[in-house]
Write a protein that binds this ligand. Structure first.
Ligand SMILES: *Cc1c(COP(=O)(O)O)cnc(C)c1O
Length: 447
């Protein structure tokens, strides 16, 4: 088969790329969103809400999201509108009203920023002990851009990757983007990462995260990856990249000037005998349906890279088993492996996006029962919380007590993994910290 035939076989169409050669990235954020072509679709109230909420939580979208993902006839309910554009209720009324009054009274930038920071610190900017507990040391010094919570996997935050092509309004890493340096996790020194890994033979996986590491130009990303490939690290098996680029800027893999270099870098990792995993975030099946996203998925896969998909279950976006079942089916059809369904974390606009844990579990199981085993690689619903990645296995009754059954899929202590434990049933619980041990125990077994 010729390359052209192969390309056709996978639906990879050269003329599409040529026609879109100039797919040109345009970011919209607080300062310029009123210049976007769709601005007349927004009401004055919606624009004001963006101004207010966008002063506190980071706001950024781009022309791919506004032109190809958002259905403007369906706003304000369109999931991608809610996923990128700040909505009034994403701040609690007291916070919203304070910032709104300050803006209306013409508060200057310093006062606005001071109030924004006060509110930000009230929104639990770094949940689950990220700034305290997961920070590894090398030669007695804290490594500023590394987290190491679970034995096998080290998270690495390259400095230049600490932004995204667009910001999800639910993002639990929002504090990376608001310009408070004390809150930022980042580092540039790949050599320190390598040294750390050499001292930790238990580590099999390095996960590049952010932000979005694929915001980096290939020539910026490549030295980090090459440092790992070239070092003496026999225990390093997998390099993972957490990225939303397939959903928010698929042209990263198609028409960006260095797209081919990026794919060549991916291929190089896979040819080196290591596995490259692209940890993609898809929150809705519509992200998989644009021509650009499909071409991008196919190009990434041609490098031998495996794409795995995860997302939280989100009120206003995907809190519906039909959406999940369709998304998992679509992923498997495209060769993407369903990986995690998360519960939105206890930070930022959690109150806006969260659903009760029982509802999350019902969404999960009603979707799960509709799909074949190839989609049932997904685990959920999972809370990434202080003790680990805790899965809600369901509710049940033991003797006369209604309980939640849970287990840790990941834990700081490997011996705690996959041991079921029980919490009192609480129909309103939305997070691990809302749960109390069942059967009148005074603590969970791992506490
Ligand atoms: C989720 C997570 C990982 C990766 O866990 P996997 O189950 O291997 O995907 C690693 N470190 C931290 C801190 C995490 O939250």
């Amino acid at each position: 088969m010729s390359i052209q035939e192969m390309a056709q076989e996978v639906g990879y169409n050269q003329s599409y790329l040529q026609e879109n050669e100039n797919a040109h990235y345009r970011a919209y954020h607080l300062k310029n969103f009123k210049t976007m072509p769709h601005i007349d679709r927004l009401t004055g109230e919606q624009i004001f809400a963006i101004e207010v909420v966008g002063r506190v939580l980071p706001f950024r979208t781009n022309n791919y999201v506004t032109d190809e993902l958002i259905h403007w006839d369906d706003i304000p309910n369109d999931p991608f509108f809610v996923l990128n554009f700040p909505q009034r209720d994403m701040l609690k009324p007291t916070h919203f009203n304070k910032m709104a009054s300050l803006l209306i009274s013409g508060g200057g930038p310093r006062r606005i920023n001071r109030l924004a920071n006060i509110i930000r610190y009230e929104l639990s900017p770094h949940p689950a002990g990220q700034l305290k507990d997961n920070r590894p040391r090398l030669h007695g010094e804290v490594l500023p851009g590394v987290q190491h919570k679970y034995h096998e996997t080290v998270l690495f935050f390259p400095s230049q990757g600490q932004t995204c092509h667009a910001f999800c309004t639910f993002c639990f890493r929002w504090a990376q983007f608001v310009g408070i340096e004390d809150l930022k996790i980042a580092m540039k020194e790949a050599s320190l990462l390598v040294e750390y890994l050499q001292e930790h033979p238990e580590v099999t996986d390095v996960l590049f995260t952010g932000g979005d590491p694929l915001i980096m130009k290939t020539h910026v990303l490549a030295p980090y990856i090459n440092a790992l490939l070239d070092a003496d690290l026999p225990h390093l098996q997998n390099i993972r990249i957490g990225s939303k680029a397939l959903s928010y800027w698929p042209y990263r893999f198609l028409t960006d000037a260095d797209a081919d270099d990026l794919l060549a870098l991916f291929e190089k990792v896979n040819l080196s005998g290591r596995h490259l995993a692209l940890m993609a975030h898809f929150s809705h099946y519509r992200e998989l349906q644009t021509e650009a996203a499909r071409q991008a998925i196919s190009r990434v896969q041609q490098t031998g890279t495996v794409i795995r998909a995860q997302s939280p279950v989100l009120n206003h976006i995907n809190a519906d088993p039909a959406i999940w079942a369709r998304m998992w089916k679509e992923q498997v059809r495209l060769g993407v492996i369903p990986y995690y369904m998360f519960v939105p974390r206890d930070t930022g606009a959690q109150h806006y996006f969260s659903v009760p844990l029982e509802k999350a579990w019902n969404i999960f199981r009603q979707a799960y029962r509709q799909v074949s085993g190839l989609s049932r690689t997904v685990r959920g619903p999972v809370m990434s919380c202080h003790p680990g990645k805790v899965q809600i296995l369901g509710t049940t009754k033991v003797r006369d007590e209604k309980i939640f059954v849970l287990r840790a899929i990941q834990s700081r202590k490997p011996e705690f993994v996959h041991r079921p434990f029980f919490a009192k049933y609480d129909p309103e619980a939305i997070w691990y910290t809302d749960l109390k041990p069942a059967f009148d125990e005074d603590r969970f077994f791992f506490e």
